[in-house]
Write a protein that binds this ligand. Sequence first.
Ligand code: SF4
Length: 118
Amino acid sequence: MTCFCHKGVGKDHAKFSPVATASYRLLPEITIVEPFLNQEADQLVAKCPMKVFDIEDLGSKGRKAYVKSPDNCSMCRECIRDPAWEKRVKLERVKNHYICATSPLNLTSHCLILFALQ
Ligand code: SF4
């Protein structure tokens, strides 16, 4: 089989236009205001469906929850649903950091913008 490829741009013909679902969101910023230790740390890790938190072993001082993967956060608010925990975890977004995604082109947004500028 022989395959040919022809690269073009959208202004020449619509078939070259990289139309796809595109989305963006702001980078989540999660802060543990008041430490979650031992059993509470386990509860916090278990509550988060996106595995944002993990547990740090402090040796003889026990275990402490920390924010491992803030970019995984979907802002579901499950970790602050309990009124007693509402002030212990701070959910914010970094206002000038965008996470962009395109689908199903398998191109990163950065790559897509570079192609568009050519
Ligand atoms: S808001 Fe939801 S996804 Fe984000 S840290 Fe809390 S429980 Fe996890």
